[in-house]
Design a protein around this ligand. Sequence first.
Ligand code: NDP
Ligand code: MN
Length: 396
Amino acid sequence: MLHFDHYMPTRIIFGPGKLEELGKTPFLPKGKNAMVVIGESGIMLQQGYLARVQGYLSEHGVRSIVFDKIKPNPESDSVEEATRICREKKVDFIVGLGGGSTIDAAKAIALLATNEGELWDYVASGTGKNKTAANAALPIVAIPTTAGTGSEVTPGSVITKTGSAEKIGIRHESMYPAIALVDPTLMMSMPPFLTACTGMDAFFHAVESYLSTVRSPNSDLLALEAIHLICHYLPRAVEEGSDEESRIALAWASTAAGLSLSQAVAISQHSMEHALSAFYPELPHGAGLTMLAKAYFTFMTERDLERLGDLTMAMADSIGLDLPEDQLTEAFVPILEEFIRSIGLRDLKLSDYGMKREDIPALTETAFQTMGRLFEITPTEMTAEDVNTIFEKAFE
Ligand code: NDP
Ligand code: MN
């Protein structure tokens, strides 16, 4: 039976060269003090993105301070440090410039800046205290420089509690960014491996939201659009990073998958990956998903999920394959494997990131304890034993 609740308050400004709009838009959040949050690698300075953002803000008479200590797979202590600065300097709004890690951190900082206490007070699972944030977050401007997470259009932020293996999504409606400024030219500087990993993250957002039991007609449309574009353009962008056409298509695919995700939520593959990247912080999120995929979707195929066949059709169509209808469900995993090979990720190994077979029971426990909610919207029942087996197979 059809029923859904659609809410998406983010203004999306999309297009090559659109970063410039930041200097002109009449929709910038109110106030004269902004904090620009960036990652610690220095790439935002090297590429000149930070200087441009600060310059455009100053065209509105906005002063900006920079917080530059965000690591990939961001941690709660840096969110709390930035929050103290925001409160002290009376920051009016937050700009997140970078990949999903930076944008997620910016969103968490925005929420904590207007609410008392520590970040884990507002986390609903694991050792979180599950308090409801009383106040809306500071307004957020999200400027993605990767095409993967879709965090610029979701109300979620994924943070790891410092010193623990808890990597958890925090969701609050006020964390939908006020503006998502998506300029594909900022993504041209991504090297091939980052392009491939982030593209796969967007791909699995689309796949998982299409399979999720809380999907809607709108999330389905966006998911199929994203899958189609990613299968067609990701190999090209990995091969030739300066190809503008593929960067534009992938930037939109990532935002489309994020929109789909914001309505339908990911399923348990994401619970399992968050356990992995919390245990092994060097593991890029998209690489973790890619290494789980064969085992995870083989399990799904065995449950004979018809909707998996729709996804095969979207992929096959995009790469010019014609398949008989009765083979669509079983064809999903082989086509996916071929696709992973085509973007150079076939030889990834979990052991290269530090995983040991003995870790599996703890990984499974963490997946259920921290992101257990996603198992409830997964279209088939999964026991701890099933999850153990999938981790085992992915490890092999
Ligand atoms: P990251 O933001 O972790 O960035 C990875 C690396 O790429 C960093 O070193 C970063 O540098 C660098 N980088 C970023 N942009 C460029 C560029 N244009 N050119 C060259 N290098 C660049 O990667 P992701 O975008 O994949 O984000 C992953 C995180 O997002 C994970 O923590 C994941 O769990 C989370 N996530 C959140 C979702 C949500 O809905 N909120 C959904 C899915 C994932 P620097 O650090 O200096 O910026
Ligand atoms: Mn993801």
